[in-house]
Design a protein around this ligand. Structure first.
Ligand SMILES: Cc1ncc(COP(=O)(O)O)c(C=O)c1O
Length: 501
């Protein structure tokens, strides 16, 4: 096949294979975040064929590409049943979005627009509050930023859980939305949905339950309190199909209670000379591939299949938790719910017996296991959440536990007693970085280079190695730098990564 005047298809694909070979492995359970491997090759193949079948379709217009409407309706039906959305008045409706972030953004935009409309206000004329625990996903920080809400974060306890009372105290007329998570991404804490929903209902404030990570797996998790649409007062839920729905990236569901409320999510205009625009989501033209793949997977697995995969995750998570708790110097933070957990240093021990979670993650990486480092963060009440390392378990984990658990123990042995990285020497001699003066691009880049980040060339990614092998120093810098500086530096790093050379 020679499609044009460029390179041959086999050459192009060979280069793609070469680039993919440098990626972290998406299959096989060695990467314990970002990827959700069912371990079922036939499911991946089915998804790939579904993507291929709708490859040229434009998901923008379900009246022209009618398959899109049917796939979306059926997929929403599956998730709505799973989340008790059919139990009540039959007014839980929804939208398939391109991912968790888009579902969260739209939940916030809807709530803002409902709040403004109830008061006859225009966007920009008021900044209602968005109340959520500090552990709420960063997508809600983004939503508040994009849509002009005041983010009012409520500190969580040492175990990562938020007290329902602490949220209830913040509720007032200017709150457009409260968000809780089932579970939270950083620590897998299950927020108290029932109590918060009751408090919200008393004030007439909507409650979003962010089940982006838990939505397709917690319905099968034993012993949980009710957290879905069976709880009165829950007004919307986000649940990602590209996480524990095992679909390729680009598909999530946002369900909303109340048709009229949900219609506020839409954008429609007939006020331009082109085609009438009616968008349920943020994008215009969009792929139908991830939608088709998610739909095919739910058809293939059904509830029973999801239940079986969740049971595997439960067994692996229990084994992993027990193993980590058995490693001297480490502890599991709080009482995690669902197939994820965070690991901190056991600060009840003397320093020489503690294992720093970031050095531990770096040591595990050297043994072939990619864990996710999470920085220490100061909360609004002044308390500090400790540095942790995050692990997400998927069905494929069960088959590799025999290698993973000894590797985690060996990694801990390798770094036990090594103190959390001290970034002070890296910062000495630099002008004060107080976050007040904006950094220009070249200064930010020079600082990164000084910290040994960005591979030392002008294009951070030309050798595919923007980050050093050891991430503990980078995380330590993020912890001590003023947030605007750390955010600016990371922006520079990521932006340089894709600058054409
Ligand atoms: C609880 C929660 N909410 C939102 C998101 C954002 O999802 P996405 O990365 O698909 O945009 C995530 C991602 O991990 C999550 O765990």
């Amino acid at each position: 096949m020679t499609p044009g005047f460029g390179k041959r298809a086999d050459e192009i694909l060979a280069r793609l294979d070469e680039l993919r070979a440098a990626d972290a492995p998406t299959h096989g359970g060695h990467v314990l975040s970002y990827v959700y491997d069912s371990g079922l090759a036939e499911l991946d193949e089915l998804a790939a064929r579904a993507v291929r079948a709708v490859q040229p379709v434009n998901g923008l217009d379900p009246t022209t590409f009618t398959s899109v409407a049917t796939l979306e309706r059926e997929l929403l039906g599956f998730v709505r049943d799973l989340l008790s959305g059919t139990d009540g008045d039959g007014d839980v409706v929804g939208t398939v979005t391109t991912g968790g972030t888009e579902s969260c953004l739209l939940a916030v935009k809807t709530a803002r627009d409902v709040w403004l409309a109830a008061r006859g206000l225009d966007p920009g004329s008021a900044r209602p509050r968005l109340v959520a625990p500090t552990t709420v996903h960063a997508a809600f920080q983004k939503a508040a930023h994009y849509f002009g809400l005041e983010l009012d974060l409520v500190s969580v306890g040492e175990d990562g859980t938020v007290a329902a009372d602490a949220i209830a105290e913040r509720l007032a007329e200017d709150v457009a939305l409260v968000v809780v998570s089932v579970p939270s991404y950083p620590f897998a804490a299950l927020d108290p949905v029932g109590e918060v929903a009751a408090a919200c209902a008393r004030h007439g404030i909507p409650l979003h339950v962010d089940a982006c990570i838990g939505g397709l797996v917690l319905p099968f998790w034993p012993g949980l309190p009710a957290w879905d649409f069976s709880v009165p007062g829950v007004t919307s839920i986000s649940a990602d199909l590209h996480k524990f729905g095992y679909a390729p990236k680009g598909v999530s569901v946002l369900l909303q209670r109340g048709r009229d409320r949900q219609r506020m999510q839409y954008f429609a205009t007939t006020r331009w000379p082109g085609y009438p625009v009616v968008n349920s989501t943020i994008l215009g033209s969009k792929s139908a591939g991830p939608l088709a793949a998610a739909w095919a997977i739910t058809e293939a697995l059904g509830r029973d299949g999801f239940a079986e995969l969740a049971a595997s995750c439960l067994r692996s998570t229990s084994a992993l938790r027990a193993a980590v708790e058995g490693i001297e110097g480490l502890r599991v933070l709080g009482d995690p719910v669902g197939p994820l957990l965070a690991v901190a240093a056991d600060s009840s021990l003397e320093q020489s017996r503690q294992v720093d979670p970031h050095h531990w993650a770096d040591a595990a990486r050297a043994l072939g296991w990619v864990l996710q480092l999470q920085p220490a963060v100061r909360q609004p009440d002044g308390t500090v959440l400790p540095p942790t390392t995050h692990l997400t378990v998927t069905p494929v984990t069960e088959g590799v536990l025999g290698d993973l658990l000894p590797a985690l123990a060996a990694a801990a042995d390798a770094v036990r007693g090594v103190a959390h990285f001290d970034p002070a020497p890296l910062l000495s001699g630099l002008p004060p970085l107080d976050g007040a003066t904006p950094l220009d691009s070249d200064t930010a880049w020079a600082l990164l280079q000084g910290f040994g980040i960005g591979s030392g060339s002008s294009d951070a990614g030309s050798d595919g190695r923007a980050l050093p092998d050891q991430l503990a120093p980078l995380l330590a810098l993020i912890e001590v730098l003023p947030a605007p500086i750390a955010e600016r530096l990371l922006t520079e790093l990521l932006a340089r990564l894709v600058e054409p050379v």
